[in-house]
Design a protein around this ligand. Sequence first.
Ligand code: FAD
Length: 457
Amino acid sequence: MNVSLVLFTADLRLHDHPPLRAALDGARQVVPLFVRDRAVDRAGFAVPNRLAFLADCLRDLDAGLRARGGRLVLRSGDLVEQVCRVAGEAEADEVHLAADGSAHARHREERLRTALEAEGVRLHVHDAVTTAVGPGTVTPASSDHFAVFTPYFGHWSRWRLREPLDAPRTVRVPEGIGSEDLPSRKGLSGLSPALATGGEREGRERVTAWLRSGIGAYEEGHDDLAGDATSRLSPHLHFGTLSPVELVHRARRAGGPGAEAFVRQLAWRDFHRQVLAARPEAASTDYRTKRDRWRTERTAREDVEAWREGRTGYPVVDAAMRQLRHEGWMHNRGRLLTASFLTKTLYVDWRVGARHFLDLLVDGDVANNQLNWQWMAGTGTDSRPNRVLNPVTQAKRYDPDGAYVRRWVPELEHVAASAVHEPWKLPEEERVALGYPEPIVPLPEGLARFRRARERT
Ligand SMILES: Cc1cc2nc3c(=O)[nH]c(=O)nc-3n(C[C@H](O)[C@H](O)[C@H](O)COP(=O)(O)OP(=O)(O)OC[C@H]3O[C@@H](n4cnc5c(N)ncnc54)[C@H](O)[C@@H]3O)c2cc1C
């Protein structure tokens, strides 16, 4: 056996990469391949913020490979066709790929296996590359997946993770395999101005800094909107510049309540993946329907626009929506309360909000996004589907002195903490001078509409 091909997908790294390790163990030469998959573009997932981050990741992966004597091969088009073509050019007799439970990935894997087998090439699929614990690894006795997080987490925590792998020292790529030019951020328009930088090197630096000086305060600080005390590793986990297995090991070694709380969040990521792997339709339909007759993009046009643009008149909602646009990222507490506001207070279909998030989030991820949206809409795995987050109460609890609101809503920059979350209570003259919108709907009205709708079901 001389040449193996490694197909990189959502695992754009060299450290702790089982497919790469297996390919190197079995062959003298390896073709590291990334295919810019036309199907992903067609499905609308290739949005500017993620394309920019992806470009960083591919360049960094190529640099890492070059430092080891290799290089990245980039092709675009139909993924299966491209893999077969490159395997043929390199005379590879096996292809290594990370397992992925999404419907798109499983369909891709099936097509790939059939096409490669017809050429006499074997496909090896490796678990626990894009997750710590893969879908279907732990299951309840009576079902193909866990629908409730707590028992899932119990099993997940007891699962013995494999040991992380070092990055390879050398990677030898056969001569004469052509590659397209790597993409770059230049020329991409519509990027969020403060978008994070991608790539394994950046991801690993972030983890080291996080474990040294962030994780210890995570348990008490993770909900503090202004404190910004979460890891911000989500885009790196989404693109696989970090290994979830390695991250869990390193966090556990760091130890303490902060690390425990952080590892629990990593388990949520796997939890949503195993739900979606078992119920792929939950990406677009209710996991547990409440027979909602949602207001839609068309019937609630003005409300949806105000929500997207961060001018609902509720400062904490607007701050979070503006953060999303500016950074391509939003604090988890902001995601929770803006999703509650859209689905419960405005009673707009969760899919409208999920789409907007996917258009902008650099970590935009079908499993995490759609299932968290369903959680907030009360159609997902939450056992309290009718809970409504009051944006004023939330703001006072998680942004007590208004620093987060003032950071993102300059109209309120000079409003005192006592009024910043309820500017409509200011005297009229002051209110008008701010140039900040009035609430698009009084909270009791929104709540009553939601309760009526849910009682009807
Ligand atoms: C409406 C809504 C939409 C969301 N959309 C996405 C999305 O598209 N992509 C995405 O990665 N996360 C999504 N999340 C989950 C969560 O908000 C983000 O993962 C988190 O804010 C990322 O910031 P961080 O890396 O600093 O997180 P940390 O708090 O540092 O957590 C560490 C990691 O744990 C995982 N994680 C944390 N919270 C959750 C959660 N609730 N569900 C699943 N995994 C979690 C993430 O991978 C995260 O990077 C969404 C949440 C909501 C409520």
